[in-house]
Design a protein around this ligand. Structure first.
Ligand SMILES: NC(=O)c1ccc[n+]([C@@H]2O[C@H](COP(=O)([O-])OP(=O)(O)OC[C@H]3O[C@@H](n4cnc5c(N)ncnc54)[C@H](OP(=O)(O)O)[C@@H]3O)[C@@H](O)[C@H]2O)c1
Length: 305
């Protein structure tokens, strides 16, 4: 019999991953889904094939019936709150898997709390934009006790993701340490693209000409973000794909880790200052790609292209 799965947190990432779990996860029971704003869970359940999911009305209800509980929520406070609520019940023998991007100390703390309550814990942060979550193309980073990680693998490569980075047997915080450092590459990429496109416009090269080079030289995420910039997607969508607050949380973690380790990430500091401008201009609807708008403003151009 396949384990009973539950998924907590149906944001941009969670919704796409759940779709892949029910389609390819070889589940023999409906996936239990829970979200703080329940309507999101109801809407997702209605969009999935009939009988493939059930909506839980509380964290406790989701956890009590599940063997493996995945969490994917906004930030450190959110996941701590979720796990603390979960651990109020009997969790003996259950396995918690956190896919949120959080500080490695938070991850190690979650592992200690779960293990202290007789449960297992695996960290499984993911790389990839929401579109990759929907298409099952994420990269999953797995860390925690070997036997626990083995129980999670069947839901990663070929289901929610296209590949895994395997840190089996290492402390779970190593997975989120990689995730936080890895996300600085995304921030720096968006920063480089933004500056490049602004110079392309102001120097007379033209953004379409620069985009042609990017498509040829850097297919993949560079091209995807470049397209979001020149098409105006970075400011037009009401719901962000990679919310400014989440991007700033990741940058904060990276800068704190750098400071604690005796180094600095000056590129991240520059990116974060632009994210601050994005938040001022767009509020919570701001997206990491809107760094382009902030760099445009610095060059005397309008935020919106
Ligand atoms: N977006 C990306 O490109 C991306 C890529 C990789 C990893 N990640 C990481 O994956 C996680 C989820 O990202 P996302 O883009 O899916 O975020 P999102 O769309 O903003 O959704 C956030 C989710 O967390 C829930 N949440 C927030 N605060 C909560 C709290 N205090 N208690 C309970 N639930 C809470 C939200 O519930 P409500 O619906 O009630 O607000 C929602 O389900 C984050 O850690 C993010 O850094 C994101």
């Amino acid at each position: 019999m396949a384990p009973q799965l539950a998924w907590i947190g149906l944001g941009n990432m969670g919704r796409g991953i759940c779709k892949n779990l029910v389609e390819k996860g070889q589940l023999d029971k409906p996936l239990i889904i829970y979200n703080r704003t329940q309507q999101r869970a109801i809407d997702l359940s209605e969009s999935l094939p009939p009988g493939k999911s059930t909506v839980a009305s509380s964290v406790e209800a989701a956890v009590s019936k599940a063997d493996i509980i995945f969490t994917c929520v906004g930030d450190d406070a959110a996941v701590n709150e979720t796990i603390d609520t979960a651990l109020k019940g009997n969790v003996e023998g259950k396995l918690f898997v956190d896919c949120s991007t959080v500080h490695p100390d938070t991850t190690d703390g979650l592992a200690r709390k779960c293990e202290g309550a007789g449960a297992e814990f695996v960290a499984c942060p993911v790389f990839g934009a929401p579109a990759m979550a929907t298409s099952g193309q994420l990269i999953c980073v797995l860390a925690g006790p070997v036997a626990s990680v083995e129980k999670v693998k069947p839901y990663t490569k070929g289901v929610m993701g296209r590949a895994i980075v395997d840190f089996s047997g290492q402390s779970s915080g190593k997975a989120t340490l990689l995730k936080v450092i890895g996300n600085t590459f995304i921030l720096n990429m968006v920063e480089a693209l933004s500056e490049g496109h602004v110079l392309a416009e102001t120097s007379g090269l033209g953004t379409d000409n620069l985009h042609q080079f990017i498509e040829t030289m850097f297919p993949g995420p560079y091209t995807a973000y470049s397209t979001r910039m020149i098409s105006g997607d970075y400011y037009k969508r009401e719901e962000p794909l990679f919310a400014v607050d989440l991007a700033r949380k990741d940058a904060r973690h990276a800068m704190a880790l750098a400071e604690a380790s005796g180094t600095r990430m000056k590129n991240v500091e520059v990116g974060d200052a632009h994210l601050e401008q994005v938040k001022k201009h767009r509020g919570e609807a701001g997206d990491i790609a809107a760094i382009y708008g902030a760099v445009r403003q610095e060059a005397g151009l309008k935020f919106e292209n």
